[in-house]
Design a binder for this molecule. Structure first.
Ligand SMILES: Cc1ncc(C[n+]2csc(CCOP(=O)(O)OP(=O)(O)O)c2C)c(N)n1
Length: 630
């Protein structure tokens, strides 16, 4: 039974509720999050932590006139529930359903989309300055987690805010957690504030105030508390040095305090930061106990929080275990993550080699430079960053690693379509953005065993090198005890007949699709060679030349955008050879791909055997009779 949540069709409905009803609403939202996400998966812990905070924000401010920007926006589910999307909430992260992040096209209440960390403050400042220029009165509120303050851009924004606007509200949602424990000096600093004796004194004052006005409506509380709020809150220094007024820390689960605080902050004519303390996973015991697991996960049991165990190792796990072995035999091998020990599986490496493991925070640019520095001193840094997040380190890859030809290994997890997370997380651009840079090598393993070989190859390679592997489990092939070196730029010829009319160049984990296509062609009497291309750079020029001369058509397969991708590289090579062999390229089109199930999206966008076969047959002039023509 969710009577209060059922009655919320827009933020205006939130404003009609009394304090006790708002608290009841919070409980109903918690129940909704726990039951719906048990089926769909999603960011349960972060959202359970911001239930009261989001309710209070919608109670005090008026979106869409006022603007809320959520950093990463993985914690915006409550916002979605309060802004007219409750009826579709059970579709979240499912094909055709609500996106798991803020999306400008999804609602007028989503003024700014996100999925990557550290963007909220800068974008909010831009909106505030635009408002000031246009003479607007609306409020701009940016909510960012404590880990977002490990991002360089957050600090670049802080440096800029006070000189640009007088009205901007920043909410620091401090739950001590990134996905793993938050790391670094900023995390320790926030912790110092929270455990200071003043903080406890402030909380006693806050509690007394609530007691005094108990029984009155939240609106009355807010008005009465306006003056008192000033005394309740305690200034701290670091943000003040940036010219922002600091308030807090306040209890992020106390709706009354949050409401009166926002009412007060709203009246100020200066940029402010409110430090709010929340508990990640609040109200669901398994999530309170295992913050890391419940940050973001697939379906689970809504009673126990149990998830189905997988019996195969993921690519990430094979990566981490293989790297652990390499580090055991080589003192120079170190592993670096930008706040993703869990997602990249480097937490397994950390257990074996704590002294060779570095978590630098959500700071990808810094991570690349940090790796460059270590490489310049003779170390072999393996930098594990999702393909999509490495986009942020582009200049550092060009200017620092590749220009200086430093032996950094870029381990790009989630290379390819990421599925449920959607366009902010698909790793579909790294071949395009890397292959134009001199000195770099770009490798793509066909399976887990080849991933181990490539990591070994990278260890022996004296220059920048990248290896890209997909999300999730692989084919389940056994990984050899001792990896072997793969000659740089050498493709692997897997199936051939000497009379192949088609040559299928398959990149990475597209190999099963290549074999399926070859099998279908064989049944139609067309011989096809299957080549595991392995390298997007350097290409195996000899293999391409051989088949461009002997076959009637080349087919390239990649889990990457076609523009500037592997197939494009093959075309360039054929052009260099002065040949005109047709190349059918299968990959993602020139548009952002929505969230959904990988297989569904592959069908929709033509990354299937049928779609490839149709194009190949057309080139070969083959007509397939299905019987329906008769
Ligand atoms: C550039 C970038 N790197 C890494 C991530 C992966 N990531 C998603 S949420 C998150 C932690 C966010 O922590 P915090 O901002 O404190 O919010 P919380 O989940 O604790 O509420 C990370 C590292 C990302 N979204 N963007």
């Amino acid at each position: 039974m969710t009577p209060f949540l059922d009655a919320i069709h827009s933020p205006a409905d939130v404003k009609r509720l009394s304090l006790s009803e708002l608290n009841q609403l919070a409980e109903e939202i918690r129940g909704e999050l726990i039951t719906v996400l048990a089926r769909t998966g999603g960011h349960l812990g972060p959202n359970l932590g911001v239930v009261e905070l989001t309710i209070a924000m919608h109670y005090v401010f008026d979106t869409p006139a006022d603007h809320f920007l959520f950093d990463v926006s993985h914690q915006a589910y409550v916002h979605k529930l309060l802004t007219g999307r409750r009826d579709r909430f059970d579709t979240i992260r499912t094909p055709g359903g609500l996106n798991g992040f803020m999306l400008r096209t999804e609602s007028e209440h989503d003024c700014y989309g996100a999925g990557h960390a550290g963007t909220a403050l800068s974008a909010a400042l831009g909106m505030a300055v635009a408002r000031d220029k246009l003479g607007g009165k609306e409020h701009v509120v940016a909510l960012a987690g404590d880990a977002a303050f490990t991002c360089g851009i957050t600090h670049e924004a802080l440096n800029n805010i006070a000189s640009q606007t007088k009205r901007l509200i920043i909410v620091l949602n401090d739950n001590k957690w990134s996905i793993d424990k938050n790391v670094g000096a900023i995390a320790s600093y926030f912790n110092k504030i929270v455990i200071s004796p003043q903080y406890h004194r402030l909380h006693e004052l806050a509690a007394k105030l609530v007691e005094k006005v108990g029984g009155k409506s939240a609106a009355q509380v807010a008005r009465k508390a306006e003056g008192a709020a000033k005394n309740m809150l305690w200034p701290s220094i670091i943000f003040e040095e940036f010219g922002l007024k600091y308030y807090g820390p306040v209890d992020g689960h106390d709706i009354a305090t949050l409401i009166r605080t926002f009412q007060f902050l709203k009246t100020l004519e200066r940029p402010v930061i409110l430090h709010v303390i929340t508990q990640k996973g609040r109200g669901f015991e398994p999530a309170e106990e295992k913050q890391k697991k419940f940050h973001g996960l697939g379906p689970y049991d809504p009673e126990t929080g149990e998830t189905k165990p997988t019996n195969r190792r993921t690519y990430s796990e094979v990566f981490a275990d293989s790297l652990s072995k390499l580090a055991s035999s080589n003192d120079r091998v170190v592993a670096i993550t930008a706040a993703m020990p869990n997602g990249t599986a480097l937490d397994r490496f950390r257990t074996v080699h704590p002294d060779k493991y570095y978590d630098v925070g959500i700071a990808e640019e810094h991570a690349v430079l940090f790796a460059a520095g270590m490489a310049a001193k003779g170390f072999k840094p393996y930098l594990a960053i999702y393909s999509t997040f490495l986009q942020r380190g582009f200049d550092q890859i060009v200017h620092d690693v590749c220009l200086q030809n430093l032996p950094v290994v870029f381990c790009m997890d989630r290379g390819g379509l990421s599925g449920d997370d959607g366009p902010t997380h698909h790793g579909l651009f790294d071949i395009s953005y890397l292959r134009g840079i001199p000195n770099i090598v770009h490798m793509n393993p066909k399976d887990e065993d080849e991933l181990a070989d490539m990591l070994y190859t990278a260890m022996l390679h004296n220059g920048p090198i990248a290896v890209r592997y997909p999300r999730g489990v692989g084919t389940g092939v056994p990984v050899k005890q001792q990896p072997v070196v793969i000659p740089i730029g050498e493709a692997e010829l897997l199936e051939h007949s000497g009379r192949d009319r088609v040559a299928i160049f398959s990149l990475g984990a597209m190999l099963p699709l290549a074999r399926e296509i070859a099998g279908a062609l064989a049944r139609e009497g067309v011989a096809a060679a299957v080549i595991n291309a392995r390298f997007a750079k350097p290409l195996d020029s000899a293999m391409i030349a051989q088949y461009a001369r002997s076959a009637e058509i080349l087919l390239t397969l990649e889990d990457h955008v076609l523009a500037g991708g592997f197939g494009s590289a093959v075309l360039e090579q054929i052009s260099r050879l002065g040949l005109s062999t047709p190349v059918v390229r299968i990959g993602w089109p020139d548009q952002f791909i929505e969230h959904g199930k990988v297989d569904d999206l592959r069908r929709k966008y033509g990354l299937t055997a049928d779609a490839a076969l149709a194009q190949v047959r057309e080139h070969l002039g083959i007509t397939v009779y299905t019987g329906s023509e008769l």
